[in-house]
Design a protein around this ligand. Structure first.
Ligand SMILES: Cc1cc2nc3c(=O)[nH]c(=O)nc-3n(C[C@H](O)[C@H](O)[C@H](O)COP(=O)(O)OP(=O)(O)OC[C@H]3O[C@@H](n4cnc5c(N)ncnc54)[C@H](O)[C@@H]3O)c2cc1C
Length: 459
């Protein structure tokens, strides 16, 4: 028999980006909240995703700078990578943020329940033999690293990103299955550490969800960095050997390395959690929702990687906040997912918001595009980065897509996000004076050129 407690306004299953954002906002709006988490609040993003990978990439950037100091007239050399030191740095960042987050949960008087929960009914979650009743339930159980049929993850030679973030050594060589965001980020960081890396991507391009021009620029940069990649390569088998792994492709090619990282996407965590039994509409394990994150069961909402929207932490935050505000009786607007910025934090970075050229053509018919090469941008030259800013404009209308490639361009996407979401036209942005010398000028210059008044742009 399980004990029951008096109903809370909101019971949340899963304390990752989606779940904890909903908890914080709901509590701020005066709701009583129970947050159930089986591992650590912060979820994938804080402990096994966004934060640790970016720390790893930063260590890689430092390694590259040490290796290449002479380019900048500084005599440096790379003595080696100390993985214990890399982990200490990465874990230190996580630990500070984790403490801060725990503090926020406590300060907002959220009831935090540690344990593996299960949806027990349309208005309750069961954890550790206790039932938590809620006027509303939010499902936010996130995602796990998927594999391909026939590929067994063994955690040592055939690994996922979870294992890759805990590797105690720098492998001599690695194959990355999947040239999406996660695959490209690991390939980039490992190359910086001195690993001989090859990416195998089944689709015709790396980061295949990005505008094709961005994929091509990234491919060119990776080629220059001697990161190998095989495009359009479908895996037929992965075998472990005495000294590593062998990956066979359907096209007859074979690759060998010390280990293989399987980065072929993430699937929803929904099995055995009582979701089907509650009558929820689902598709391949994802919980289906409307634009307000409402499921077909009126008391149940779902957010984050568990639903088939963009698998990004900030999407989880946005969806969590949306649910909290809706349940508190506010009138939040649905999310325009095209207006959500996307970044791949490899070297170089790839950042975008709005539509790709192909999508824009389909949606708006006639479009105009403008590409501004970072060669004309002083700050990019100082950093010795190459790349471009590409704008897509609905003819005689607003800018509907911004696509950038280059070191640090991820930081520029915040301005691009305003341009897309506030439906700015080329002239609106061209009139804004951008600070010199910054990379943000490239965004300003691209709009000057799009508005027909190019400054530092070669025609
Ligand atoms: C390697 C990697 C790098 C990434 N980098 C980025 C990035 O740079 N930027 C970005 O925006 N996104 C990034 N992501 C994606 C991001 O981490 C996810 O989109 C985000 O974490 C999704 O949040 P969520 O709340 O839906 O799920 P999660 O963060 O997965 O949280 C779900 C939580 O639910 C808990 N849980 C599950 N089942 C139960 C249960 N039965 N009972 C109790 N608790 C349960 C889990 O323990 C977990 O804490 C990355 C992901 C990976 C794997």
């Amino acid at each position: 028999m399980s004990e029951s407690t008096s109903p809370a306004d909101l019971v949340i299953l899963g304390g990752g980006s989606g779940g904890y954002a909903a908890a914080l906002r709901a509590a701020e709006l005066g709701m009583s909240v129970v947050l159930v988490e089986k591992d650590k609040v912060g979820g994938t993003c804080l402990h096994r995703g966004c934060i640790p990978t970016k720390a790893l990439l930063h260590s890689g950037e430092v390694a590259d700078l040490a290796r290449e100091g002479e380019q900048f007239g500084v005599k440096t050399s790379l003595a080696g990578i100390d993985m214990d030191g890399v982990h200490a740095y990465k874990d230190g960042v996580i630990s500070k943020l984790y403490k801060g987050l725990q503090g926020l949960i406590k300060n907002r008087k959220i009831t935090y329940v540690e344990g593996e929960g299960r949806l027990a009914s349309a208005t309750s979650v069961e954890v550790n033999g206790q039932t938590y009743e809620g006027r509303h339930i939010l499902l936010a159980t996130g995602s796990y690293a998927r594999s391909l049929p026939g590929i067994e993850i063994d955690g040592s030679k055939v690994i996922t990103s979870d294992h890759a973030l805990r590797l105690d050594r720098v492998p001599a060589s690695a194959i990355v299955l999947g040239g999406g965001v996660i695959g490209c980020e690991f390939a980039s960081a490992w190359k910086s550490f001195g690993v001989d890396v090859t990416i195998v991507e089944a689709l015709p391009h790396l980061v295949p969800l990005e505008d094709e021009s961005s994929s091509k620029l990234l491919e060119r940069a990776f080629r220059r960095r001697k990161i190998g990649f095989e495009l359009g390569g479908r895996v037929s088998g992965v075998q472990t050997t005495d000294d590593g792994v062998r990956v066979d492709l359907e096209n007859g090619k074979t690759f060998e390395a010390e280990l293989v990282l399987v980065a072929v996407g993430r699937g929803p965590v929904s099995q055995g959690l009582g979701y089907e039994e509650a009558g929820l509409n689902m598709d391949r394990g994802y919980v289906l929702v409307d634009e307000y994150c409402r499921t077909n069961v009126p008391t149940i909402s779902a957010v984050g990687d568990l639903i088939p929207t963009l698998q990004l932490a900030h999407v989880g935050f946005g969806e969590g906040i949306l649910v909290a505000e809706r349940l508190a009786g506010l009138d939040p607007a649905p999310i325009d997912y095209a207006g959500v910025p996307r970044i791949t934090y490899s070297d170089p970075e790839v950042a975008s918001v709005g539509f790709t050229e192909a999508q824009a053509k389909e949606k708006f018919g006639e479009i105009k595009t403008l590409t501004y090469d970072l060669a004309g941008n002083g700050r990019s030259q100082i950093l010795k980065t190459t790349g471009a800013v590409k704008l897509i404009q609905a003819v005689d209308g607003p800018v509907v897509g911004v696509h950038m490639v280059g070191s640090r361009v991820g930081e520029l996407i915040a301005e691009a996000q305003l341009i897309y979401n506030w439906e700015a036209e080329a002239d609106d942005v061209a009139g804004l004076i951008h600070p010199h010398p910054t990379q943000s000028e490239a965004l300003g210059e691209a709009h000057l050129a799009l508005a027909g008044k190019p400054l530092h742009a070669h025609s």
